[in-house]
Design a protein around this ligand. Structure first.
Ligand code: MTE
Ligand code: MO
Length: 365
């Protein structure tokens, strides 16, 4: 009996894939970290509160008036800046589509136990703040520097390791002109859950790179080997596989589910006749080249609109004349690198980068 209990506990261990029903631990994470309701795909910029959210630990308590950011390590001059100094520095505003690398995880079989996203862990916001490259040039990055490490104020334990959330970027990425230290989101003060008072935003990279609640930036000569870099966020086949790092966002399209939902199943009910199917598509690997919409398995090219910025999603649309009966709708994007979405999920141990096509069941009456 004790043995069985232990086995059950092990089955709910994060990282161990499960064939079983959703666990209490997954539900606990899911109610803390929400996705974007698919109908919010109708907005160019995701309204406040509808952007997806992923916080590993607790939202830290930070007093903006005494908070400051330290920049140090392999630099000529270490800097210490408070919020007022940052707000006086040159600023940019960048529309960016952020997506969690674990998006699609709960559709994998077996299901890696972690935040159980379906397909909606995405959002687009306009991030305003200081270009990281500007502050790094003020500090003067040493010639032999390799990486820049960003550490958040949030702390916890993951994989048995006590840590503050931290991630690094290669110096070349950190110096891109569109990488921003943001203190505003959609024109308003950064909300507590999205990183107040300051967060990094790395356009084109999966969300884990965009460190929230920044407390320090450290330039390093050696590669960073923190937990969120060397253990988490890797494409692995099993626990012993060192794997490859998760970096750029893979291509994906999503559709606004047409018609009205059934409350419990979320299946769609639609009146027969013309309907405009719409959605958004994005990729970290070059502009979206095409979106195809599948109607009962027949693919038709959608019309694309221009995105607001290189790493913001683009809108797509396709008119459809719905005839009575059951239908399955899907959408599939292709980016400039030629990459497209798989029709079946591609499994990996941490459930990363599952950009399988979305399928929506519709009953037309
Ligand atoms: N300090 C800190 N930064 C963090 C995280 C975190 O838990 N702590 N989560 C990361 C992950 S995995 C994602 S997907 C994004 C989510 O950003 P959002 O909550 O603003 O959508 O923040 C990233 N930055
Ligand atoms: Mo994430």
């Amino acid at each position: 009996m004790a043995r069985r209990r232990q086995a059950q506990r092990l089955a709910a261990h994060p990282g161990e894939p499960s064939h079983g029903p959703l666990t209490a631990e997954e539900l606990q994470l899911a109610v803390r970290n929400h996705s974007m309701p698919l109908e919010a795909l109708r907005n160019d910029v995701t309204p406040p509160g509808l952007h997806y959210l992923l916080d590993h630990f607790d939202i830290p308590a930070i007093d903006g008036s005494s908070w400051h950011l330290r920049i140090g390590g392999a630099v000529q001059r270490s800097l210490e800046l408070n919020l007022r100094a940052l707000r006086r520095a040159p600023s940019i505003s960048v529309p960016v589509t952020l997506e969690c690398a674990g998006n699609g995880r709960s559709l994998l079989k077996p299901r890696p136990l972690s935040q159980p996203w379906r397909l909606e862990a995405v959002g687009t916001a306009v991030w305003t703040g200081v270009p990281l490259a500007y502050l790094l040039s003020q500090a003067g990055v040493d010639e032999d520097a390799a990486e820049v490490v960003f550490t958040g104020a949030d702390a916890g334990i993951q994989g048995g390791v006590r840590q503050q959330y931290a991630r690094s970027l290669p110096v070349s990425e950190a110096l891109r002109p569109d990488v921003v230290l943001a203190y505003r989101m959609n024109g308003a003060e950064l909300p507590p859950q999205h990183g107040y008072p300051l967060r990094l935003v790395v356009p084109g990279w999966y969300g884990m790179a965009s460190v929230k609640w920044l407390s320090s930036i450290r330039v390093q000569v050696k590669p960073f080997d923190g937990f969120q870099q060397s253990v988490a966020y890797r494409y692995q086949q099993d626990a012993d596989d060192a794997g490859t790092p998760v970096t750029w966002i893979k291509v994906r399209a999503l559709m606004v589910p047409p018609g009205i939902p059934d409350f419990f199943t979320r299946e769609r009910i639609l009146a027969a006749g013309p309907v405009m199917l719409t959605g958004r598509a994005w990729s970290g690997n070059g502009p979206i080249q095409r979106v195809d919409v599948g109607i009962d398995g027949t693919w038709l090219p959608a019309q694309l609109e221009r995105p607001a910025a290189p790493f913001a999603w683009c809108a797509w649309s396709l008119p459809w004349v719905a005839d009575a009966g059951q239908h399955e709708l899907s959408c599939r994007a292709t980016d400039a690198s030629g990459a497209t979405q798989p029709l079946e999920p591609v499994w990996n141990y941490q459930g990363m980068g599952n950009n399988v096509v979305q399928r929506i069941k519709v009953t037309v009456q």
